[in-house]
Write a protein that binds this ligand. Structure first.
Ligand SMILES: Cc1cc2nc3c(=O)[nH]c(=O)nc-3n(C[C@H](O)[C@H](O)[C@H](O)COP(=O)(O)OP(=O)(O)OC[C@H]3O[C@@H](n4cnc5c(N)ncnc54)[C@H](O)[C@@H]3O)c2cc1C
Length: 493
């Protein structure tokens, strides 16, 4: 029979099955570096048929697997424990079909989000959901996470743009969910909608049909700066209360502005401001012009220090560069970054930010804020040194309290980054036992043996099953790091 690695190698060839410890390093974690795990192997299939063959083999051998795109997830979704094989879809990056009439595209899961927009740009079209990681993350990952992004305030999340998917189920069989006519007709239940946001626990999508949107006639981008965060938050509430629906409403706090301005993502943001608010308006030229005036008046009412407008596409790109590069800029503050993802009602933004600051002070952690203010979707970012177990403990505890606060304020523990392994223990903060039971049953329809991305998204319901191993795993990784490299992880600057 041979080992599972040998059998996979026989199937895909030596170049597309990785299993040496060095080769596996790059797949040890995603953007949530607290949880790490070295998989049994990584396979790099090229087609639906190859994904099917891999999953059939793993199913027969009763080996769990983890789907993966670009690994930019921030909740541990594509991170594998030692007994699982990672099925990396990043080589499957063809745009298979574009309809400029019916406005859809069929793509392979490894197509990078921004590459899809680039591919249809000449037709005056774009793909609307735009995570800040859009130059790297894949449509497969976006589908699994139901990803959002700055423009999702107006245009909706990934689920609003997915029409269908071809899915390889965990036993290697194929299922077609939805189609180009939309997820509801003629297939009855919206199964593409059910699959969207399932965090890689239902199977592997190998073809995804997404809606394309027409480029707006006009776009105007504004940057308002404020001397207090409260003024920035109240401006957002008033903009929405006035019935305006900008394409994006993004806030960055002082510490983020400074990190951005000191980095390669420098955007010319005013460093004396306590907060900047990036507003983008799009639509018919006349409407956008009127709305720009209304927004200027609202920012004035809240004592904006300055209001700047991008005068051409180059300037617009500059204003967005700082926002889209903000997480990257945090790399200047420490070796690791924990990007949290809580949601609160817009009117509670100020309370949430005050509470978060108090938590950060109590746990003595360095915290910055950059967030999708229009959606009330906060991203408190904690910069820390992952080589220091004591710091890691404080960071994880502070993160938990922040999410508790979001729930207390009427919000939720995730807006767009998913539960993954990061928040698996926090799910009961929001759901009752009976809710979890329903979710587990739905999952069981797609993955009856529970071997598709185990330990993610939905807490284990079966009392006989293995509990989630992540907390122990963090400890094990920290122990191993110490054993191998000494207490500083061998990476002291
Ligand atoms: C700098 C930065 C900025 C970010 N900004 C945003 C943002 O604005 N909005 C936002 O929502 N997120 C954001 N993210 C998070 C992340 O980019 C998204 O969750 C993204 O969708 C993950 O895509 P990926 O290709 O990297 O997927 P991965 O990280 O590889 O995987 C994510 C999940 O999808 C599953 N998966 C991957 N491919 C498939 C497939 N073909 N079939 C089934 N399951 C699959 C995996 O098992 C995993 O659970 C950001 C991340 C970073 C690092």
């Amino acid at each position: 029979m041979g080992s599972i690695q040998d059998r996979l190698t026989k199937l895909l060839g030596r170049d597309r099955v990785l299993h040496s410890p060095d080769a596996l390093l790059a797949w040890e974690c995603d953007g949530f570096t607290v949880h790490r795990g070295r998989p049994l192997a990584v396979v790099l299939p090229d087609s639906t048929a190859e994904v099917q063959a891999v999953l059939q083999l793993l199913h027969a051998a009763e080996v769990p697997f983890v789907p993966r795109g670009a690994g930019t997830c921030l909740s541990g979704g594509p991170t594998a424990a030692g007994d699982a094989v990672v099925v990396d879809c990043s080589r499957m990056r063809r745009v298979l079909e574009v309809s400029t009439v019916d406005l859809y595209a069929i793509v392979e899961p490894g197509v990078v989000n921004l590459d899809l927009t680039t591919a249809v740009h000449e037709h005056g079209l774009h793909y609307a959901p735009d995570p800040s990681s859009q130059s790297v993350c894949t449509i497969g990952g976006n589908l699994a996470e139901n990803s959002g992004g700055p423009h999702c305030f107006k245009y909706g999340m990934t689920t609003d743009h997915v029409l269908g998917a071809l899915v390889v189920l965990p036993d290697g069989s194929l299922a077609r969910l939805g189609d180009t006519a939309g997820p509801r007709a003629p297939h009855g239940l919206d199964l593409a909608g059910v699959f969207t946001g399932s965090e890689g626990t239902f199977g592997i999508a190998t073809e995804i049909t997404v809606r394309l949107s027409r480029d707006p006639e006009a776009i105007r981008t504004l940057l308002a700066s404020f001397s207090t965060m409260a003024d920035a938050c109240r401006t957002v509430s008033d903009i929405v209360a006035a019935g305006l629906v900008p394409a994006a409403l993004e806030i960055l706090d002082r510490a983020t502005i400074r990190a951005v301005e000191a980095s390669v993502y420098r955007a010319g943001y005013p460093e004396d401001a306590a907060a900047v608010l990036l507003v983008e308006l799009d639509g018919p030229e006349l409407v956008v012009a009127e709305e720009t005036e209304e927004i200027a008046a609202i920012t004035q009412r809240h004592d904006a220090l300055r209001l700047e407008e991008a005068s051409d596409p180059k300037e617009r790109k500059r204003l967005w560069k700082g926002r889209k590069g903000a997480f990257g800029a945090m790399g200047r503050l420490n070796t690791d970054l924990y990007v949290l993802d809580g949601v609160v009602p817009r009117t509670r933004l100020e309370d949430a930010l005050n509470g978060i600051e108090a938590i950060a002070q109590r746990y003595e952690v360095v915290l910055t804020n950059v967030f999708h203010a229009g959606d009330g979707n906060l991203h408190p970012n904690i910069s820390f040194d992952g080589r220091d177990p004591e710091q890691v403990k404080r960071v994880v505890a502070a993160g938990k309290e922040i999410l508790e606060l979001c729930v207390e304020l009427g919000g939720s523990i995730t807006g767009e980054h998913g539960v993954g392994t990061e928040k698996i223990d926090h799910v009961p903060m929001m759901f009752r036992e009976s809710d979890l039971e329903v979710m587990a049953r739905v999952r069981g329809v797609f993955d009856p043996t529970g071997r598709c991305n185990p330990g993610k998204a939905i807490p284990e319901r079966n009392a006989c099953a293995e509990p989630a191993k992540w907390p122990q795993m963090v400890a094990r990784v920290l122990d191993e790091t110490e054993e191998t490299f000494g207490p500083d992880g061998g990476r002291a600057p």
